[in-house]
Design a protein around this ligand. Structure first.
Ligand code: S5P
Length: 471
């Protein structure tokens, strides 16, 4: 038997490759499951896997190796030791920026780094490792994988000018398992049918591809260095640390209720959204207590003032009046209707704030037609130091901005005044939005803590689903 065929049969016999019905991390069911972690239990099999990878590595030129955590780490380690080529490692855990490095090991900018991976589906895991390597100045041209599931990974890497080299392709596996009698012809036909009917350029639900929104598969970790505004970056650090992309809209009318919501839902959220002008007893002490709670529970404060006037007025509204928004809000937002003067005023007077532009609205009959949304994108690009994202119904632009969607509810479809609701999965996994803004779905619940925890999980799961990492 040819050595690759022998390898496939051994992988099957050692249950690295299993056929049945398996629920993947992304939620989709797959009739085949490949767990290459098992190889560490069989040293001779591990040696064989590594020697196949080695055959490909030999034809490539590189200075340094990096295995994608975790499964490919032993592969990369053995290749490194065998060839005397140094290795670096990417930290997979949520990083504490400033104290821990994203990439461990000794390296120089402009060195060529070869990525080693065990299995590739859509390529999202590889891209997650690529971001931090590139940020450190390393050059990545090639990725070597043991197995390509042939579900879009090669094309996705090609978009980043990276070549994929694989030892085995899914087609080789199916054909070998048929010829060796491990699987019947019917079983193999069924598997082919599955792969044909699941054209995963991502492992997203097919509706995602049709939604018309751009659905980015870069993780928040990868996008963090792309965000220019520092509040935007701070937000992503909080999101990653708390594993929360949930924003609560605290639309209540007394300061006591506002503060008690902040305290109750604080641990579950990344941002608390306020409308200071609906609080009947607002004083500076309310904002002081809010800031205290934001520090305690580690969330940002977003004053949803929706500035829309000429720049001079906006400046006064932001800094003056009885609210002194610029003193306590981390995030503010603005309509683009009055032109760039509004944003200019915010970017000048709100140096400690990040700005979101309203590009779309959730309410029925909103006038935010596609041309308007496009204008918001163009304006954001002119003020990228201040503007780090949009209020929109999904992802409408590039991954260097963040997308915040209001009108999110798990049960209701709307209210009597034109609000339109969508569920978190559709908003985040299908329409590609990053943060869900939930008001009444949480604040009108009899148990706000529990409701916030339910929404946090639904929003975070939808984000993981969007990444399409089904390993
Ligand atoms: O288009 C929009 C923009 C915003 S900021 N639609 C919205 O609903 N919002 C805000 O999100 C709105 O002002 C409110 O604070 C929140 C939605 O609240 P809910 O109770 O309907 O979830």
């Amino acid at each position: 038997m040819h050595s690759l065929e022998a390898l496939i049969v051994e992988l099957y016999d050692k249950q690295v490759i299993q056929v049945g019905s398996f629920k993947l991390k992304s939620g989709i069911t797959s009739p085949i499951y490949i767990d290459l972690r098992v190889t560490i239990s069989y040293p001779s099999l591990l040696r064989r896997v590594v020697s196949c990878l080695q055959d490909i590595c030999r034809s490539l030129s590189y200075d340094i190796l990096c295995g994608v955590p975790y499964t490919a780490l032993p592969f990369a380690t053995l290749l490194s030791v065998e060839n005397g080529i140094p290795m670096v490692m990417r930290r997979k855990e949520v990083k504490d920026y400033g104290t821990k490095k994203a990439i461990e090991g000794v390296f120089q900018p402009n060195q060529v780094c070869l990525i080693i991976e065990d299995l590739i589906t859509s390529g999202s895991s590889v891209l997650e490792t690529l971001g931090p390597l590139v940020k450190e100045g390393l050059l990545v041209k090639d990725v070597v994988v043991l197995l390509d599931r042939e579900q879009g990974g090669e094309d996705n890497l090609a978009k980043h000018n990276i070549r994929l080299h694989s030892v085995l392709k899914m087609t080789d596996i199916l054909e070998t398992l048929k010829h060796s009698g491990r699987l019947s012809a019917e079983q193999v036909d069924e598997l082919y049918h599955y792969f044909r009917s699941t054209p995963i350029s991502s492992s997203l639900p097919p509706s995602a591809i049709k939604s018309g929104y751009k659905v980015h598969q870069l993780s928040f970790e990868q996008r963090l260095p792309l965000i220019r505004n520092k509040v935007g970056r701070r937000l992503l650090e909080i999101v990653l640390k708390k594993q929360s992309n949930l924003i609560v809209a605290a639309d209540v009318t007394t300061s006591q209720e506002l503060l008690s919501i902040a305290d109750e839902v604080g641990p579950q959220i990344c941002v608390l959204k306020t409308h200071a002008d609906i609080i009947q007893d607002w004083t500076d002490s309310v904002s002081e207590q809010l800031v205290h709670l934001a520090k305690l529970h580690h969330f940002l404060i977003f004053e949803d003032r929706k500035f829309a006037d000429i720049g001079n007025t906006v400046e006064l509204q932001l800094t003056g009046g009885i609210f002194h928004i610029a003193h306590w809000a981390d995030i503010v937002n603005a309509h683009i209707i009055a032109g760039p003067g509004t944003i200019e005023a915010l970017s000048r007077s709100a140096e400690h704030c990040g700005v979101l532009l309203l590009a779309q609205m959730s309410s029925k009959g909103s006038l935010t037609v596609p041309e308007y949304t496009q204008k918001a994108l163009e304006m954001a690009k002119q003020y990228e130091d201040a503007v780090f994202g949009f209020i929109s119904l999904g992802c409408i632009g590039e991954p260097n901005f963040l997308y915040f969607t209001p009108g999110v509810h798990l049960q209701e479809r709307g209210d009597s005044l034109g609000q339109q609701y969508t569920d978190p999965e559709t908003v985040i996994a299908v329409q590609g939005s990053d943060m869900a803004i939930v008001g009444r779905g949480i604040i009108q619940s009899s148990d706000r803590r529990k409701a916030a925890s339910t929404y946090r999980k639904a929003c975070w799961d939808a984000y993981l689903q969007r990444l399409g990492d089904d390993k």
